[in-house]
Design a protein around this ligand. Sequence first.
Ligand code: NDP
Length: 315
Amino acid sequence: MEENKKSEDVYDMAIIGSGVVGYGTAMYAGRFHMKTIVIGDAPGGVITTTDVVENYPGFKRLTGIELAEKLKEHAAEYKSVTLLDDRVTNVKKGYDDLFEIMTLGQKRVISKTVVFATGTEWKKLGVPGEKEYANKGVHYCALCDGAFYKGKVVAVIGGGDSSAKDALVMTQWAEVVYIIYRGAKIRPEPVTYDRVLANKKIRLIHDTNVKEIKGDKFVTHVMLDNPYNNSHEFKLDAVFIAIGHIPLSGLAAQLGVKVNAKGEIMIDRDSQTNIPGVYAAGDVVDTRFKQAITGVAEGVKAAYSAYDFIEKTKK
Ligand code: NDP
């Protein structure tokens, strides 16, 4: 880092990740007049793969894309906030305790504080055929790829909120939607569970794992560890895998940020990590509830904490 870096080139806060958490954090930082940059190459983040959001207070019902757009617009209202469509490749501590952030687009950003709002990626099932049939009957996003399966038979694998929501999304196209769950009873939000039970197109298969995905050019069937209708072979046209997420904490870990056994960034109640000036929020952190509203709230706390940190460390 150049030692005589002009102060106007230095950001107060660099937010890595352009999902709703990144935008919400930037909006608060904007209110503190903090010179802020949000860097991310997946604008809107994972919520844009959700068709209907009904649990963000203040909005009874809107799409994931609409919610992300609203938060983005709100953040961009503040003149001190810049949005950069780019991928961060490295974050390191540089001269004078400032952070140096490099991007794929060869940008170098210098900042007093960093917020990791990097989210998660889809967890893979890890069975034979999964890689081979990716996008040929194996999918991870019902909203993105579901329309290909009009009138077909599909299965969603998993038993959390995502599997239930994906199954409901798929009923607008597919003829029959199975939820294949390894446990005794799926456990989405009760409101979503009621909708699953009430939907005649959805059928539940419990206590069952998919051991292999098979096909020719496209998926034709899966192999189950427990027989269904007396057969281990289960015919279908597609599987949507919704078995959870893996935190994208690699960049933070490289910087020395502590992560737990699940790879989630460990934060305190003020969204601070173990490194002064470094914060994290949203699905990537070690909090139990992973909702848009809880992630945004963690981001808001990160903005407050970063503001305090900058004030206290002012030279
Ligand atoms: P979860 O981690 O909540 O659920 C994952 C599901 O997949 C579990 O039922 C788990 O089984 C199953 N599973 C995990 N690994 C395997 C495997 N190898 N083989 C078979 N099954 C497997 O993930 P979600 O994506 O559903 O949710 C992640 C977070 O996002 C949650 O906090 C959720 O509440 C939130 N979310 C909220 C939504 C909302 O609208 N409120 C929508 C979507 C997500 P088991 O139960 O046996 O562990």
